[in-house]
Design a protein around this ligand. Structure first.
Ligand code: SF4
Length: 364
């Protein structure tokens, strides 16, 4: 049992007034999501919960749904996923971003199959030792798949609880701890998984960040933020992260048969394992632009500029081409051509291009 340390008596007393209207509403209004399939009367499939939670950490429900359906069609269970190659996983993940998460999913599947006979451990401490499964994902699996008490808090749950209890403190760590304590108390007793998913669904369908529909909310009589007319001010926000800027150049290098030179990025690091058009490193130094590669007797033309936002920086790349490849020696300052290969445009669908590289394909 998870203990609570920060709740007042008044907050503890509110919990039942929230829980039962929430479950009643959830039974009638829950979203029909593809990962909510039961393996028996009591349990959801932990494999599907894991895949969906990893996807939902980086994208919206509608995008995740599309990727999830393709992923599960290809690897319907953890045993089959464990047999996949890293390239296959990255290709299926292409466009979702955070490719380390996809690689960890594969590593996790291999360990569950080899060390746990393909059965997910129903123990939060064992789950947390698996690659890519942290505090949130392990807690979500415990509640959603195994119907256990947990303190899993995603952005939707955080917003709903913050408003229900009008958490006004600017100490965001304190708020987070309080929210986790409230969720662990709400998931004590019956139907913990449904409590968690009910909060997620209310956050997504009714209590969204800007368009909150308090008039149809099943929890409106218990909502302190609504009572105090401060919904728009909650949850409290941290300081805005200012992203850095980087620039780089990508080269569209073609062969006579129309094939393009492509390169596989190293497995580790940003966009790890994805396929790209070769180019310079990305740097914040203006000097790098157009200085890295020059070709004998060839005029390099800028075909366009692409802007792309990563979590920590905004990237601007100049797309240069189309350059006929004659000989590796043509490159006065050589590109790193390790891991390069040729592919015709009609074959591009076989490869795991990131969202950034999908934008570049328009220039081929
Ligand atoms: S009453 Fe409004 S602010 Fe409160 S939980 Fe419901 S939708 Fe959110």
């Amino acid at each position: 049992m998870i203990h609570h340390y920060t709740l007042t008596e008044h907050q503890m007393n509110k919990l039942n007034s929230i829980k039962y209207p929430l479950l009643f509403w959830y039974d009638l209004n829950k979203r029909d999501l593809p990962w909510r399939s039961h393996i028996d009367e009591q349990y959801l499939d932990p494999y599907k919960v894991l895949v969906s939670e990893v996807m939902l950490q980086q994208t919206t429900v509608s995008v995740a749904t599309k990727y999830f359906k393709n992923f599960i069609e290809r690897w319907p269970n953890i045993e089959l996923l464990a047999t996949a190659s890293e390239d296959e996983i990255i290709t299926a993940w292409a466009g979702l971003g955070y490719y380390a998460r996809a690689r960890n999913l594969l590593k996790c599947a291999k360990i569950i199959v080899s060390d746990f006979q393909g059965i997910f451990p129903q123990d939060i401490n064992l789950l947390k030792k698996l690659p890519g499964i942290g505090d949130y994902t392990s807690a979500a699996i415990m509640s959603i798949a195994f119907n256990q008490q947990s303190n899993a808090v995603d952005v939707n749950i955080e917003r709903v609880i913050s408003r229900l209890f009008a958490l006004k403190s600017n100490n965001l760590l304190h708020n987070k701890k309080k929210i986790r304590d409230i969720v662990s108390q709400l998931t004590l007793g019956n139907r913990p998984g449904d409590v968690l998913q009910g909060l997620m669904d209310i956050g997504s369908l009714i209590c969204s960040a800007k368009q909150y529909k308090c008039d149809i909310c099943p929890l409106k009589t218990e909502c302190i933020a609504l009572g105090e007319d401060i919904v728009s001010q909650i949850p409290r926000k941290g300081r805005k992260i200012t992203r850095g800027k980087k620039i780089g150049t990508l080269y569209l290098i073609t062969r006579e048969d129309g094939a393009y030179l492509l390169r596989k990025r190293p497995s580790k690091g940003l966009l790890g394992g994805t396929i790209e058009f070769p180019g310079t490193d990305w740097d914040d130094d203006e000097v790098i632009k157009n200085s890295y590669v020059q070709l004998d007797n060839i005029h390099c033309k800028e075909l366009g500029i692409i802007k792309h936002a990563f979590s920590h920086f905004n990237l601007t790349v100049s797309v240069v081409g189309k350059i006929k490849f004659e000989n590796k020696k043509d490159f006065m300052v050589p590109l790193n051509l390790d891991n390069c290969f040729w592919a015709l445009p009609e074959e591009f669908c076989k490869y795991g291009f990131s969202s950034l590289m999908k934008k570049v394909i328009q220039f081929t």
